[in-house]
Ligand binder design. Sequence first.
Ligand code: NAD
Length: 289
Amino acid sequence: MFGAVVVGIGTAGWVRIRDMLNPHPGSLAEKLCVRGLVSRRNLKTEQGVNQISLEEALSREDIHAAFICTENISHDNNVRVFLEAGKHVCVEYPMTMSYKSALELWDLAERKGVILHEEHIELLTEDYKLLKKEVEGKTLQEGSLHFTGGALKPGFGFPAFSGIARLTWLVDLFGELSVTAATLEEDSANGYTKMTAKLMTADNRPLTWVEERQSGLPRAKKVSFIFDTCTLTQIPPAPTGTVGLFMQDMIRFSAKLSGQVSPEELEREKSRILHCLEVADRIQQLSQS
Ligand code: NAD
C-alpha cells in the first residue's frame, strides 16, 4: 500500500480524497490509502480524513506520496518540498509556472528516485480519445483551437499555463510545436483576457491557439482542423466513460508507483510535459515583450 496525503482542498483535492476512499474495484487505485490532508484553512476533517500539518506529512514514514491540488502558483513550492522529503508526487496540471522550474523539479525527482506525475485528465476523456482516432493518419494543413471559459480565481497564472490542457491536446495530436507569435489582450475592468498564440508544427503547418476568459463566458472548445482529405470542425461527442477522469489518472499514478509503466513510456510522457511547459513559457515571453 502507498500512504498518501492531499494538499489543497478545493475541487480537485476533494475529488482526490473521495477517489482514494472509493477506489475503482480491482484497479491499482486500491493500492493508495489516504492518510491525511494539508490545508491552509482550519478544516479539521474532510470526508472523515484528518487534517495534519505540512511538517507531519513530510516526515511520516507511512506517507509515501502527495497529491498537490492547490492553486497553480503554489505548485512549485509544494512539489519541491515533498520531492526533497523523498515522497512521490502527483501534481494537478500545470506542474509549475515556468519551464526552468519544471526542469529543476524533474531533476530533483530523479535524484531522489521518486515518481513525479503531472495529472492530464484532458487526455483521458472519451471525446478526446475519439478525436485522436479521427486525426490519426491524416495530414494537417492548418488548424485552430479556441477555448472560452469563465474568469479564473487569483493564483491560476498566465493563460498559457492555466490552459496547458489545450496545448497538451495540440501537442499530443500534432507533435512538437514552435511559437511564431503571441499576444495577450486584457481588459481588467471587465475581467476579460484573450491570449492568442501562433504555433507551427514540425512540418511548418500553422496552428492558432486562443484562450479567452471572462465571467459568464460558456466553457467551450471550438476546433477547426483542415487536413489534406477533409476538415474537422467538431469534437466528436462520445458517451462519458464508466471510470471517472481523476480515478483514471490515479490508477495511472499508482501504476507508476508500482513499477508497471515502462521507462520508455515514462520518458515519452516527461518529454511531452516539458515540451508543453517550454512552449507555454515562450508564449508568455512573447506576449509580454
Ligand atoms: P480550487 O480553486 O477549487 O482550489 C484550489 C486551492 O484553493 C486549494 O488549495 C484550496 O484549498 C484553495 N481554496 C479553495 N477555496 C478556498 C477557500 N475558500 N479558502 C482558502 N483556500 C481555498 O481549484 P481546483 O479546481 O481544485 O484546482 C486545483 C488544481 O487542479 C489547479 O492546479 C488546477 O489547474 C488543477 N485541475 C483542476 C481540475 C478541475 O476539474 N477542478 C482539472 C484539472 C486540473
